[in-house]
Design a protein around this ligand. Sequence first.
Ligand code: FES
Length: 119
Amino acid sequence: MPLVTFSSPLHKDKTVYAIAGSHTKTLLELAKENHIPIDFSCQEGDCSTCLIKVTNLSRKGPMGGPLTDREITVLKDLKKITQDEIDAMKVDDLPHTSWRLACQMIVRDEDILVEYPSK
Ligand code: FES
């Protein structure tokens, strides 16, 4: 069962178990279930309010789950992903950036650290 640790400068770190295998739950849904105060607005991958930084704790390298088209558009606008990283992702199907949108990222079977700003 994957462990997801949420970390913010304004809140105590909290580690929760994510249910592995469903591959449908987003990080934002997991955060809301566990009362983690990640900021969000549209929940559609358009506004970037839920921008987070994700580090894979299971192994070195990018975490599983490619970016959605909406994430690519938003992260590119924010200059959080380069065209080279987008091209590399299309080859190996792995995200080549730590930046994600919590409302778009699906929780996979791996331990991750999620850094989020919060009010
Ligand atoms: S809440 Fe708007 S992009 Fe995630």
